[in-house]
Design a protein around this ligand. Structure first.
Ligand SMILES: C[C@](O)(CO)[C@H](O)COP(=O)(O)OP(=O)(O)OC[C@H]1O[C@@H](n2ccc(N)nc2=O)[C@H](O)[C@@H]1O
Ligand SMILES: Nc1ncnc2c1ncn2[C@@H]1O[C@H](COP(=O)(O)OP(=O)(O)OP(=O)(O)O)[C@@H](O)[C@H]1O
Length: 292
């Protein structure tokens, strides 16, 4: 991975990875009084990432250079929210310019926005030397989204609660063929759907690992979005396949890269997909360890 790069303002900066995740299974157990859902899910990272570059500035402004500004309002942008949250929490007196190289599909259940937010918190905490602990960063991250803490912790995990109680797991680092249907699925809309099953019994991790894996949001999303159903119908002919998060991306799992590449080569031209490897350690935590 290239660490040093020349950005558009021709400063030499570091290129921080913000990896995607897969939910290898996702069970919804209960709706809490605050509307959030208790769930049990298995997170693994994949080696496909967004990349962010940061330049520290004397002014307190946080400036993001990205095409994302055209599609996401400043007030919703998770990178800006993360930087401002860290700034106010630590009373840091400077600011930052940030460049985003967006590689991950948005609204696909791959957690790209959450991962960008986590990388922003981790990188600025290092560059600003604000020295917050990982526990504190994870707590700040949870204010931005249920998926942010796992990207800060950086290990594949069994998650409970709303996604913040994390237990490290060692999983096979399989290869995945991921199809990105041309549809944006709103996480809030799926969690608010009246017919979402939200009463799956809670099981122990051992029990969950030994039984077939499923995603409780999948049927609802398939019924709403024929493009997701079509992608899954195609994949399932080749290998065990499911949806990640609240969709729309679906993935098939393979023991080795050659098998995944072979199926990828047969992908119909009206599908977009890619092959990625599952990772038990996040590229962000590897990167941070190398820097130190
Ligand atoms: C579906 C998952 O991706 C599984 O990893 C996550 O649980 C979603 O995490 P996320 O995108 O970070 O979600 P957030 O930004 O925190 O929440 C978006 C919306 O999803 C719903 N939501 C999210 C997480 C959760 N455990 N219960 C919920 O009900 C809430 O309506 C919330 O308004
Ligand atoms: N940096 C960002 N990258 C992507 N989306 C962002 C970002 N900041 C805010 N958003 C908003 O968050 C929404 C969801 O983005 P994201 O790509 O993380 O979805 P997702 O992969 O479905 O996430 P999850 O699996 O966590 O639900 C986007 O549609 C966008 O409006």
């Amino acid at each position: 991975m290239t660490k040093l790069t020349q950005n558009s303002a021709t400063q030499t900066t570091y290129r921080w990875p913000a990896p995607a995740k897969l939910n290898l299974f996702l069970h919804i157990n209960r709706r809490r009084d605050d509307g959030y859902h208790e769930l049990q899910t298995l997170f693994q990272f994949i080696d496909k990432c967004d990349y962010l570059e940061f330049k520290i500035t004397d002014s307190t402004d946080i400036i993001l250079h990205s095409d994302l500004n055209k599609v996401v309002a400043t007030s919703d942008n998770l990178i800006l929210k993360a930087a401002k949250l860290l700034q106010s929490e630590t009373c840091y007196q400077g600011g930052a310019e940030i460049w985003l190289d967006k590689q991950l599909p948005m609204g696909g259940g791959l957690g790209g926005g959450s991962s960008d937010a986590a990388t922003t918190l981790v990188a600025l905490n290092a560059l600003w030397k604000t020295n917050l602990s990982q526990n504190k960063l994870a707590a700040l991250g949870l204010q931005l989204g249920a998926d942010v803490p796992v990207f800060i912790r950086g290990f594949a995990a069994f998650a409970e609660g709303v996604g913040e109680h994390l237990q490290p797991v060692e999983l096979k680092e399989k290869f995945y063929l991921i199809i990105v249907p041309e549809v944006h699925v709103s996480t809030a809309e799926i969690f608010n759907a009246p017919n979402l099953p939200r009463d799956t019994k809670k099981y122990s991790l051992d029990n969950l690992l030994q039984n077939p894996w499923k995603n409780d949001c999948q049927n609802l999303v398939i019924n709403k979005h024929p493009q997701v159903a079509k992608a899954l119908d195609w994949l399932i002919e080749y290998a065990p396949s499911r949806m990640t998060g609240t969709g729309a991306c679906v993935f098939a799992e393979f023991e080795n890269k050659q098998q995944a590449d072979t199926v990828m080569a047969a992908l119909p031209t009206d599908f977009y997909g890619f092959v990625a490897q599952g990772l038990n350690q996040s590229p962000l935590s590897v990167y941070l360890a190398d820097l130190n």
